[in-house]
Ligand binder design. Structure first.
Ligand code: HEC
Length: 128
């Protein structure tokens, strides 16, 4: 009888210890790469301007918008970008080629770049 009691205690202890062990190591968080999740605080200067390197070949003053580094922000805010509303912005539409000619012509950017521009616009299109 004593032996059985001890066995039961051991089983219970085992369960308790096991459950503590389990609690102490929560499952690893799974990070899902969701393209709809905005990247926090997109910077115009360090994230967006470098993207225009693939556009200035044509947009260098002759073809609006002028996307050269020192003037691109003012150019874009002058009719090509609706701050806070990417869907209504001509710039965003051209990157998708929906409701405007596709830019760069003939080869759509990967989603990662397009979404960066989208997030920047939706975060207020700041000159940050
Ligand atoms: C090969 C030359 C070329 C390149 C590269 C190019 N564009 Fe253009 N872009 C044009 C031309 C030409 C137009 C005038 C519209 C047309 O005829 O398609 C234009 C028009 C635009 C417009 C105005 C569209 C409108 O409806 O008013 C925007 C915005 C634009 N481009 C953005 C970009 C961006 C951003 C890039 C880089 C990702 C880029 N373009 C790359 C030639 C180019």
């Amino acid at each position: 009888m004593k032996k059985l009691f001890r066995l039961i205690i051991m089983i219970i202890m085992g369960l308790v210890i096991n459950s503590c062990y389990y609690d102490a190591f929560p499952e690893e968080e799974i990070i899902i790469d969701d393209p709809d999740t905005p990247i926090e605080d997109v910077s115009y200067q360090s994230d967006i301007i470098p993207l225009w390197a693939q556009c200035v070949g044509c947009h260098n003053g002759n073809e609006p918008p002028d996307l050269r580094d020192n003037v691109s922000y003012n150019e874009l805010l002058n009719g090509f970008v609706v701050p806070g509303d990417a869907e209504s912005s001509t710039l965003y539409k051209t990157l998708l080629g929906v409701g405007a000619p596709l830019m760069p012509p003939g080869s759509q950017w990967p989603d990662s770049k397009i979404n960066l521009v989208k997030d920047w616009i939706n975060q207020g299109a700041l000159n940050n």
